[in-house]
Design a binder for this molecule. Sequence first.
Ligand code: TXA
Ligand code: MG
Length: 329
Amino acid sequence: MAFPTETVYGLGASALDAAAVSGIFRAKGRPANDPLIVHVASLEDVGRVAEEVPEAATRLGRAFWPGPLTLVLRKRAEIPTNVTAGLDTVGVRVPAHPVAQALIRIAGVPIAAPSANLFARPSPTRAEHVMEDLAGRVDVVLDGGPTDVGVESTIVDLSGAAPRLLRPGGVAAEAVEQTIGVHLLGPPATHAGPATAPGLLDVHYAPRTPLVLVCGPPGVARARLLREVRASLEAGRRTGLLLLEEDRELVPSGVVCAPLGSFEDPATSAARLFEALRTLDRAGLEVLFAREPADPRVGMGRALLDRLRRASAQRIELNGGIPADDGGL
Ligand code: TXA
Ligand code: MG
């Protein structure tokens, strides 16, 4: 059953039922080495899926649950191995959306749920997006309207010697660090075997239309973005743009735009990002453009850049004195 959470729609099944869980992988076309997040109704229920709940988990749970934070903990034996892709850890989250909360409580079991999109497609932020990808492949879609946060949960691994940020998301990594008083390490280096973070998958969240992402300081990136867009139009290509509010007046006519928020308001851009990617993808375009929609070093800006990088087919890096691919502006 697909259902809304405050981040994105999830595709759920009982996390205690291996056969039901294999249905999730089948419906999404998801590789079996990509573990699922298990959703429970409250911090008190984490002990149903995790072998132990360390002090740091309790603190983070009190601070951010219900909400867009997933903690990776040692798993209990009752959780079937296909939920965790054979790992001895499990990702757990307490979602805030009232429909998700009601579903978990009525089901009476922890619910395993990845995002309710076809594998590698942008995550769904509306029931319509779930239908677009999974109609005929799922039994039920609960429609709770558009989701609030719009990007997936922040994933923090507490199962090892030192906490790691596996995925930036709806909760700022800095806020997690403040709460536990520890600097978060990044994801572990790539290795064969189960994917321990979506970071190991380079292309993800991707529209079918190729996306070109311009990275760098706002002024320089905007100038370059507009140049690329104009060149694309002049070459006669049907061109789309993820539009920041600041750039609205500058965009040449003939470009198909999907609005994000302003550079200073990453929460709005996050809420609109996946919807914008899907809208542009349906518009019969040949190429899409975007620039970094917020400061990529902090908070939601980090999550936005992460998703856009993975969605992009090409990146133009204009960062700090490193020569750009054409020698800069
Ligand atoms: O906001 C969200 O996190 C949404 C909603 C539905 O809760 N869920 C979601 O799941 O986005 P998704 O499709 O991103 O898949 C979960 C990701 C996996 O790709 C995996 O990298 C990570 O969570 N994950 C799950 N269990 C893990 C584990 N035991 N160790 C490391 N990473 C894990
Ligand atoms: Mg996903």
